[in-house]
Design a protein around this ligand. Sequence first.
Ligand code: NAI
Length: 265
Amino acid sequence: MHRLLITGAAGGIGQIMRKKLRSLATILRLSDISDLGEAAAHEEIVPCDLADSKGVRDLVAGCDGILHLGGMAGEAPSSQIVGINVTGCLNLYEAARAHGMPRILLASSQHAMGFYRQNEQLDATMPMRPDGLYGLSKCFSELTAQMYFDKFGQETAIVRIGSCFEAPRDRRMLATWLSYDDFASLVDRVFKVPRLGCATVWGVSNNDARWWDNRAANFLGWQPKDNAAEYRAHIEATQPMPDPASPASVYQGGPFVEKPIVHDL
Ligand code: NAI
């Protein structure tokens, strides 16, 4: 690929992907509203607010693929969820349509499905059950991807990321953790597979305790290698045992299911 756009490139995942995806494209176009530092020889830095439709249209011009990470990455008041995640998603898909429909990897979230119970195994066909406004914005994004595929043929990998950090941080992440290496190898497969369509993929490592069935995404040839079980002893020794009856222990969304809705539009 010649030019890969990464939105949200200054964020937690974006900073790591900036390094790990170096060889996936000749040029990485990095975008965010936060500081991205100096561009290396193979990089272009293009600051852009995803809420600015004209800016996003210019941002996408000339790109052959888009790794869409930018936006609010947790629960927030409705003005921010709608103003950034919902508007930003529409801006991105319209910009892609205007510029030859480069393939998109959409960073969705397990919080689109947070009200399933932790003792349930989910696959990609089950109805969405968001656990808050953030999860609801990810449902909107997923449906936007599906609509642009059905209407125009725009290809997207909808990746429902579990918890993408250096290491699992609590007991729930023993099921939901996605290592940076496994995410990078998934991005690689998404942009190399000959035909993608509009596929939903659970963004989770090869964890013994995982709750999600990824067989529908086998065609990608993605083989996550890391396993949160390696951290189990450390997590159990250092993290308090939560009340098993609390909603955060019962539902897959964990503490998100108890966060308040702040409606300030
Ligand atoms: P992050 O919060 O570290 O990064 C998000 C980036 O988006 C930030 O650098 C921020 O400046 C940028 N951003 C915010 N508003 C913007 C705007 N209006 N215009 C342009 N850029 C804007 O989040 P992280 O952890 O890197 O997550 C990346 C993506 O993955 C997000 O879409 C998040 O919802 C999703 N995700 C992440 C998970 C995780 O475990 N880290 C779990 C599930 C989903």
